[in-house]
Design a protein around this ligand. Structure first.
Ligand code: SF4
Length: 158
C-alpha cells in the first residue's frame, strides 16, 4: 500500500483529536474530487512497518490523547489497500483499546465485497458513497455531498 499523508494530530477529519491516514488509490473518479493526486495506487509513499508502528504509538500516546484514527484517501477499501488496511485495523483493535476507527470510502456499504466487509466489521464508523458535485453542501458534517451516509457500525450516532 501507498499513502499520501499522515497527520499524527488532526481535529478536522472526524470527532475529537485523532490521527488521520490518507491512503493512495481510488477508482471512483468523482467529478470535482478534491484529491485527484491520490487516485494512482502507487502515488505518495510506501506504507512501511515503521509507519504502522508509529501510528500505534501515536494512538497510545498519553501526552496528547487521541480519540481514534481516521482512514481517508484515496480509498482505504480499494483492492490494492485491503490487505494492509485490514492488518492495521486488526493491530489497532488489539493494541489500542478504546480508540475509535472512522473510514471514508467511495464504495457503498450495501455493495461491499467480502474482503471489504472483513475490514468494516472491525471499524466504528463508515462514511460511504462517491462525492457528487451536484449534491455538494458545505454545511454537511463529515460529508461532502448529501448522498453520502454516515453509518455508525459499532457506536451510537454523535
Ligand atoms: S472517492 Fe474520494 S478520492 Fe475517490 S474520486 Fe471520489 S472524492 Fe476523489
Amino acid at each position: 500500500m501507498f499513502y499520501h499523508q499522515y497527520y499524527p494530530i488532526d481535529v478536522v477529519n472526524g470527532p475529537g483529536t485523532r490521527c488521520t491516514l490518507f491512503v493512495s488509490g481510488c477508482e471512483h473518479q468523482c467529478r470535482g474530487c478534491y484529491n485527484q493526486s491520490t487516485w494512482r495506487t502507487d502515488s505518495g509513499h510506501p506504507f512501511t512497518q515503521e509507519m504502522a508502528d508509529r501510528i500505534i504509538a501515536d494512538l497510545n500516546d498519553t501526552k496528547i490523547k487521541r480519540r481514534g484514527i481516521t482512514f481517508s484517501g484515496g480509498d482505504p477499501l480499494h483492492p490494492a489497500n485491503q490487505a494492509d488496511v485490514l492488518a492495521l485495523v486488526k493491530r489497532i483493535r488489539a493494541e489500542c483499546p478504546g480508540k475509535d476507527i472512522w473510514m471514508w470510502t467511495g464504495y457503498l456499504l450495501a455493495e461491499l465485497t467480502p474482503d471489504q466487509q472483513e475490514i468494516t466489521a472491525l471499524i466504528d464508523v463508515l462514511v460511504d458513497g462517491k462525492f457528487v458535485q451536484e449534491l455538494a453542501d458545505p454545511s454537511l458534517v463529515w460529508r461532502g455531498s448529501s448522498n453520502q451516509v454516515i453509518h455508525y457500525l459499532r457506536q451510537p450516532a454523535e
